[in-house]
Each structure stands twice: as structure tokens, then as C-alpha cells.
Design a protein around this ligand. Structure first.
Ligand SMILES: [Mg+2]
Length: 205
């Protein structure tokens, strides 16, 4: 059986990055101002957004707490591993894509390898981070190149990019986060899935 590619985003889809890093950070630092800052920053997307006026402040907090090191202390979620294991049974070959910055790319791939995730996917593609001008091809370009059947991401800009550049790809917006709901809901109505269980249901149907 020919497997069709399912391209899955890492942060805040397979891995609850926002929950794992930003909220504990806000809690640990305490103080309403910082909590607000971190929340607003989280709403702007993760990882860093260098055009944010508070970028330097957030950068300093991140450095002080070695927050990116903490990313790699997280276990890979069991439900995400289960989804990757199930996808081939539904005719999909999973591919991971991430816009993490290049300076954490190697550590990201090592972390996924240590957890055995590289065995479950065709590729772990580090696309480069658009906020810091590293993006070499967009997620839309990548999905078109792979002829991806399925794309799942929490960021409206990526969902829109894939819908525009890779029209054969079925695009799903993942989760209900501050950055993809309310005023940030993409104008083009993508199907939204709120859990990995729902993803499996969609793939089955
Ligand atoms: Mg994401």
C-alpha cells in the first residue's frame, strides 16, 4: 500500500510546548506583569518573536531560566507517540515539521531520536524560524514538495500558507489557543481539531 504523507507540527500539536514552558515560567517568576508579558508573548507564537517590543526582556528571561534546555527535559507525550504509530494503519506516513530556530534544531532532533520518534516518522524536517529570518522554504512549499495529503498545525499563518501553496493537502488547524481563536481565527475556515483523538477520527473517516 502506498502511504500518503501526513505532515504534523511539533510545538503545541504533538508537544504541549506552551504548557510545558511558558506557564511554569510565568508561575515561577510570579508577578502579574511578567505573567502578562509571558502570556502575550505566548499568544504571539513560540519560539521567539523578534519584532515584539518586549523581545529583549523575554529573551533575557529565557536565557536566565534556560527555558530551551527545559524543553528537552519533557517526555514525548504518549498520546502523540500513539498517533504516530497509528497513522500508517490509516494509510499515512507521518512526517514531522518544526519552525524551531536553527540553534535548537540539533537538540530537537536528538531529543526526538532519544525518545524513539525518528523510527516512527519518515523525516524530521526543521524548516527554520520565520521570526528570525531563517525560513528556507515555507511549510506550504514543503507540503507541496511532499505532495502531502494531510497537514496539522496550531498556527494560522502556516495553515493559510499550506492551503494556498499546496491545494491538494487537507489542512487542519489544531487546538483552541489564544493565537488561533477569536480575532486570530484565520479568515479561511479550516477544519479545526481540538485533540489528537479527534485527529484519528478525522483520518478514519
Ligand atoms: Mg506549533
Amino acid at each position: 500500500m502506498d502511504l500518503r504523507r501526513a505532515v504534523l507540527d511539533l510545538d503545541d500539536v504533538l508537544v504541549p510546548t506552551h504548557e510545558a514552558c511558558l506557564l511554569p515560567l510565568a508561575h515561577r517568576m510570579g508577578g502579574d506583569a511578567l505573567v502578562t508579558l509571558v502570556q502575550r508573548y505566548a499568544n504571539a507564537g513560540f519560539p521567539k518573536r523578534c519584532d515584539d517590543p518586549d523581545y529583549d526582556a523575554v529573551e533575557a528571561v529565557y536565557r536566565a531560566l534556560n527555558i530551551e534546555g527545559r524543553l528537552f527535559e519533557q517526555p514525548f507525550p504518549r498520546r502523540s507517540r500513539r498517533l504516530l504509530e497509528l497513522l500508517p494503519k490509516f494509510g499515512y506516513l507521518p512526517v514531522l515539521v518544526t519552525a524551531r530556530r536553527s540553534d535548537v534544531a540539533q537538540e530537537t532532533v536528538s531529543w526526538l531520536t532519544e525518545h524513539g520518534i525518528h523510527n516512527l516518522v519518515e523525516d524530521i524536517h526543521v524548516i527554520g524560524n520565520h521570526w528570525v529570518g531563517e525560513e528556507t522554504e515555507t511549510k506550504g512549499d514543503y507540503c507541496r514538495r511532499l505532495n502531502a495529503a494531510f497537514f496539522l498545525d496550531d498556527m494560522p499563518r502556516y495553515a493559510l500558507d499550506v492551503a494556498e501553496k499546496s491545494p491538494k493537502t487537507q489542512v487542519f488547524l489544531y487546538g483552541a489557543y489564544p493565537w488561533n481563536t477569536g480575532e486570530h481565527t484565520p479568515a479561511c475556515a479550516h477544519a479545526r481539531v481540538e485533540s489528537l483523538v479527534q485527529v484519528i477520527r478525522e483520518l478514519r473517516s
